[in-house]
Design a protein around this ligand. Sequence first.
Ligand code: PLP
Length: 386
Amino acid sequence: MTSFQRIYLDHNATTPVDPRVMDAMLPYFSDCFGNPASVDHEFGYEAKLAVDRARDSVAKSIGAHSDEIVFTSGATESNNLALFGVAERYAERGDHIITCQTEHKAVLDSCRRLAKLGKKVTYLPVDWHGHVHLDELEKAITERTVLISVMAANNEIGTIAPLAEIGAIAQAHGVLFHTDAAQAVGHVPVDVQTMGVHLLSISAHKTYGPKGVGALYVRSSNPRARLSPVIYGGGHERGMRSGTLNVPGVVGLGEALRIADKQMTADAQRFRSWGVRMLNELRDSLGDVELNGHPTERLPNNLNLYFPRVESKALIVQLKDVAVATGSACTSLSVEPSHVIEALGFGAARAHSSVRIGFGRFNTDEEIGRALVRIADSVKGLRALS
Ligand SMILES: *Cc1c(COP(=O)(O)O)cnc(C)c1O
């Protein structure tokens, strides 16, 4: 294996743990192994202090208060807790949830399950860029609507939603607003106050933290969002998520977001220049290449490209040591084309010929140049065959 030559360009699927994050985590596996819920002694108290610091960091990164952060096992669990938690807690008030066709499966499959349990779900379509129509969103709200769930940034095409506008609509109608911000937090500025968000999902491993840890922001005032728990037990996390906290993971999430706050702007600038370079150079050498998603309202680290007359599965096989993706990590295990690209309305062919490229903090200019050549050569080769 010439593993030193591999180039990882799939940072929307997961990111490596930043060495600074790992350093922050390590003591909490061994020396400071205490249970943060067992504060009768210093072992537990030290762990609790570390969790408190991490909670402050997570809260600060989204403009929240520390007591509004519930630690979970990741954005999948956070999404489940938001959707099932609101559906149960507000069952008296209503039974209708509004979401969007391009959501992550953690939202879509939760909604499907809720529909089986008797709830009503509206799946809003999106425009060519992956945005919901705000007027359609507003029209979909009924007396029975309890929750709007629209993701902050799409994990496949990178489109960033107009959160503040959606938040304003939700507020005007007295409906709670949840956003799956797994791809946004740590990458673009997010502020739950100005965006009018009531519930927000975070994942550590999408932003240089460890896998298996995340958080749900739960607004505590104006109005307070209430949740029924999904996991029952010792009443940890103010009863919303029982279970002994993953202390090293939580510390890692806190450190990852502390670093992101400082580094986000510089990282984004580098990623944007790589995106422009890739798109321009691939267009020059290949002719027709098109960008999926919004041209400007998009994640800096994401480039989703449509290569007409090229099967994306074949391209990925050709690229071998350049790791890019056909779609979301979860759907690419199966042979289904991306539900996100299909929802854009260009026809099914586009979903079979699109590739997601995700830049990361540890990529280099040299890697981008090398990946570019590999992609151009592979697409040319495949087009010559077809
Ligand atoms: C990765 C991702 C998830 C799932 O997060 P996990 O922490 O892996 O459970 C959910 N939503 C979006 C948009 C994601 O990108």
